[in-house]
Design a protein around this ligand. Structure first.
Ligand SMILES: [Zn+2]
Length: 493
């Protein structure tokens, strides 16, 4: 059995001004080729797929040249047509010349948005199908933030989506994809899939699966998988910051040759989500930034530390609202990681900035209205540190200010998820009472689900900026919000 392994993944915020370009996908290690593709994600989707596929002595895996996640992380807009066509063109050429294939595994995200391509993952599957032929089995793994409809599965045979947010089960879904793909190639599994769109659109900060009713929605999917052998259930929460026609929640169910059962499962899941729609959107408290910082001060005074103060809404990384309010309220002992300012970091590095230097600069802001104004910070350089991001290394310039605070300035948006991420950049978490970060839910992996933080405060500016819970403030062109709960009078099913 010869199986091709491909990766092409981005979570695109189409409302950001900076396109995601070919150059953003090109850095040491990306694109990867051959066995380097198979080694791209040892603890995630591809790692799980490769681990299980290699348990079968008759399986040969071939890594097809693939880009990693762009250097901008999730802080960039529309993927350029040139980036998409370049990488997909090379993939198809390699598949065409390297065949025949029994299977192709596509490690994708689902919320990539490409200029001129309405459904990029489905388009990738369509072209891969044309290259590998009608008999080969095509399987995809997805992030639950994917915006998907039935199109992907018209070209591909199977899809496996992470269930948890934070995304704990990428490796597991990769394993499942490998096992079912091998069975399908051998003819002992015949995928019957059903896709049902659920007209619910929600900001990602509300989609934490650690609490009800999101946990109940996922538990229901797990129950179906447990009670029906060979059934698989995908719950796409959707990603509202992509202005794409297949935005919003989506359920997929797959069975072994039983389309009626797949339909019953998908309808049940969709019906459950719809009945609980009000609770799904009301499960998380989000404070305005001013109130959130005041609550953080009160929590410090009460000894309810460590505190996470998360501006979930910052989609560019440059937002200064939280920094400005921390200064205004003189919050103490806070590590603010990070405010992005690529030009400032570059200049400070060229100037040879070092610990102890005086610092008086305008920081961040300005990339769009959601980022706010640049903020003047006066203090001392605490350190210049380097660590790994999701797509290679980056350097931070860290500035001491106020009463025991440190501001980390990074070249790109950084979503701090684990305490180890801070340690990599030279910080001891024990030195701080409060962690002011830019994350919605993923931080719970390292700050909440492990029992670290005593107080968790999610904040956003009061204006209906990009990234806030106010989706009605977005200038959608490809989405009619009134077709979705809670923005219209929607009948479902
Ligand atoms: Zn996600």
């Amino acid at each position: 059995m010869r199986i091709a392994v491909l990766h092409f993944s981005h979570e695109t915020v189409t409302f950001l001004a900076n396109d995601t370009t070919l150059a953003d996908f090109t850095y040491p290690g990306s694109p990867a080729k051959g066995d380097d593709v198979l080694a791209m994600q040892p603890r995630d989707y591809i790692g799980g797929f490769v681990q299980v596929a290699r348990e079968y002595p008759d399986v040969e895996l071939v890594g097809i040249e693939s880009p990693g996640f762009p250097v901008t992380g999730t802080g960039s807009g529309w993927v350029s047509e040139a980036a998409f066509e370049t990488f997909v063109g090379r993939m198809i050429a390699e598949l065409t010349s390297g065949g025949p294939w029994d299977g192709a595994y596509l490690a994708v995200h689902g919320a990539m948005a490409v200029r001129g391509v309405a459904r990029p993952e489905a388009e990738l599957a369509r072209r891969v199908r044309a290259a590998v032929g009608p008999k080969a089995i095509i399987a995809g793994t997805f992030d639950p933030h994917g915006n998907e409809d039935e199109q992907f599965l018209t070209h591909a045979d199977m899809a496996f989506t992470v269930k948890y947010f934070p995304h704990y089960d990428g490796h597991l879904q990769g394993q499942r994809a490998a096992r079912q793909m091998v069975r399908a190639i051998r003819g002992t599994y015949t995928p019957a899939t059903v896709t049902v769109k659920v007209p619910i659109i929600s900001p990602t900060v509300l989609q934490w699966t650690g609490a009800a009713p999101w946990s109940e929605l996922i538990q229901r999917a797990l129950t179906w998988e447990a009670r029906e052998p060979d059934a698989y259930v995908n719950v796409f929460f959707g990603f509202p910051w992509s202005d794409v026609p297949d935005v919003g929640m989506c359920i997929q169910a797959m069975t072994n040759g039983d389309p009626a059962l797949a339909q019953r499962i998908a309808d049940d899941m969709a019906g459950f989500a719809w009945r609980r729609r009000a609770a799904l959107l009301g499960s998380t408290t989000v404070h305005h930034i001013k109130a959130g910082v005041a609550l953080a001060r009160a929590a410090q005074a009460a000894g309810e530390v460590p505190i996470v103060l998360a501006d979930h809404s910052d989609r560019s990384g440059y937002a200064t609202w939280l920094l400005a309010e921390i200064m205004a309220q003189d919050l103490a002992n806070t590590l603010l990681a990070t405010v992005a300012d690529q030009a400032l970091v570059a200049r400070l590095l060229v100037e040879g900035a070092k610990a102890g230097d005086a610092f008086d600069e305008l920081v961040g802001g300005l990339v769009d209205e959601s980022a706010g104004p640049a903020v003047r910070v006066v203090g001392k350089i605490h350190s210049v540190s380097a660590g790994a991001s999701r797509s290679g290394g980056q350097s931070w310039v860290n500035v001491s200010f106020g009463r025991g605070n440190v501001l980390c300035i990074s070249p790109y948006l950084v979503q701090v998820i684990e305490l180890d991420h801070l340690r990599q950049f030279g910080f001891d978490p024990a030195d701080f009472a409060c962690f002011a970060i830019k994350s919605r839910v993923h931080f719970r992996r390292g700050f909440d689900d492990n029992g670290f933080a005593r107080t968790i405060l999610l904040v956003e500016p009061p204006e209906a900026f990009l990234g806030t819970t106010r989706l009605d403030g977005l200038a959608y062109e490809n989405v009619d919000l009134t077709g979705f709960y809670p923005y219209g009078e929607v009948r479902f099913p």
